[in-house]
Design a protein around this ligand. Structure first.
Ligand code: GDP
Length: 313
């Protein structure tokens, strides 16, 4: 990693929401100038394989092999292996295509050979032709669990199997207090020209990254170059359980609630044009420069427009 280079943009990213924005960014600037800290709280082991959903979504997006309809997995994918796996295992809820499984097999093999998550990510990116630098938020496994009235379940299970229906009693980032940012990450935070917080789940995508010891502290020091993008539009999520998790956290489910959660690390915030009534409130009450834009990234044109606007700030 070139720690001293200063003309790069650093992104903080989760999965699907982040990937849409990153798709736009990668179309309007050179990927080589992009470094991305990615959430790994959703990582899970299934079928004996190590799966890193957010790292994969971002990798496939940058390699231009993502299924843009679904927002995850490879395009032109088949699911033959999964049919047989589902006969062997009682894991009917998880979906992974044949090509996707190849990534999980490769990653699991490298883990067994003693490579770290950061090193494995680097290799997968190299093999798939990704020029941007992807950095897992930490090398340690820090699985996110959701405590529900029926017990504690893994986040992926809560999201996919339970369709985010159970009441959220608690959110646990297991082992996060012992995790460390990957070597070089703090240097990247210091040296980045600009840092952008993607429109991702504030609690279980960005919140996990911020919970890695030292991460938030160092971001706070450079808050003057940090821009956030709201994943909440008109009081609702575009997809996923951000609303329920924000409620659990005691936050208002609105772009204001997101801004409040990021208040100490942000200087600029992009809210959706449909939420323009919040602009003055965020500026006055939270002291964050707020801009309105159409942030609903329904196609590549919209993704590129938003990327150009944010990068131009
Ligand atoms: P996940 O880990 O796959 O759930 O993905 P992320 O955490 O990166 O993204 C989830 C968040 O992205 C949700 O809160 C969505 O509301 C948000 N999101 C998805 N699509 C869009 C979009 O087009 N615009 C905005 N502003 N937010 C989006």
């Amino acid at each position: 990693m070139t720690f001293n280079q200063k003309n790069f943009i650093l992104l903080l990213a989760g999965g699907v929401g982040a990937a849409k924005f990153i798709d736009g960014v990668a179309h309007v600037m050179d990927q080589k100038e992009l470094k991305i800290i990615v959430n790994t709280g959703d990582d899970i082991e299934l079928f004996g394989l190590r799966i890193c959903p957010d790292l994969d979504i971002i990798t496939y997006t940058l390699a231009n092999i993502i299924d843009r309809e679904k927002g995850w997995g490879f395009k032109d994918e088949s699911f033959n292996s999964l049919k047989i796996l589902k006969k062997y295992y009682d894991i009917g809820w998880f979906n992974a295509g044949d090509k996707d499984l190849a990534t999980h097999i490769y990653r699991t093999d490298l883990f067994k050979r003693g490579f770290s998550k950061a090193e494995i990510t680097k290799r997968i990116c190299q093999k798939l032709g990704v020029k941007a630098k992807l950095i897992p938020m930490c090398n340690e496994d820090t699985p996110t669990y959701i405590e529900t009235p029926k017990g504690k379940i893994n986040f992926e299970q809560y999201y996919i199997k339970e369709a985010c229906k159970p009441e959220v009693l608690n959110v646990i980032f297991k082992g996060i207090e012992k995790a460390k940012p990957v070597k070089g990450t703090i240097q990247l935070i210091k040296n980045a020209k600009k840092i952008i917080i993607c429109p991702s789940n504030p609690i279980v995508s960005i919140g996990t990254i911020l919970a890695v010891p030292d991460m938030r502290k160092h971001l706070r020091k450079v808050s003057n170059k940090i821009i956030g993008i709201s994943p909440i539009i008109e009081g609702a999520t575009v997809k996923g359980p951000a609303d329920k998790l924000m409620k659990w956290k005691g936050l208002d489910v609105s772009c204001f609630g997101v801004a409040k959660y990021y208040q100490d690390i942000l200087s600029y915030f992009i809210i959706d044009i449909r939420d323009k009534k919040y602009k003055k409130k965020i500026e006055r009450e939270l002291g964050i420069n707020t801009y309105t834009f159409d942030t609903l990234m329904v196609d590549l044109k919209k993704k590129k427009k938003l990327a150009r606007f944010v990068l131009g700030l």
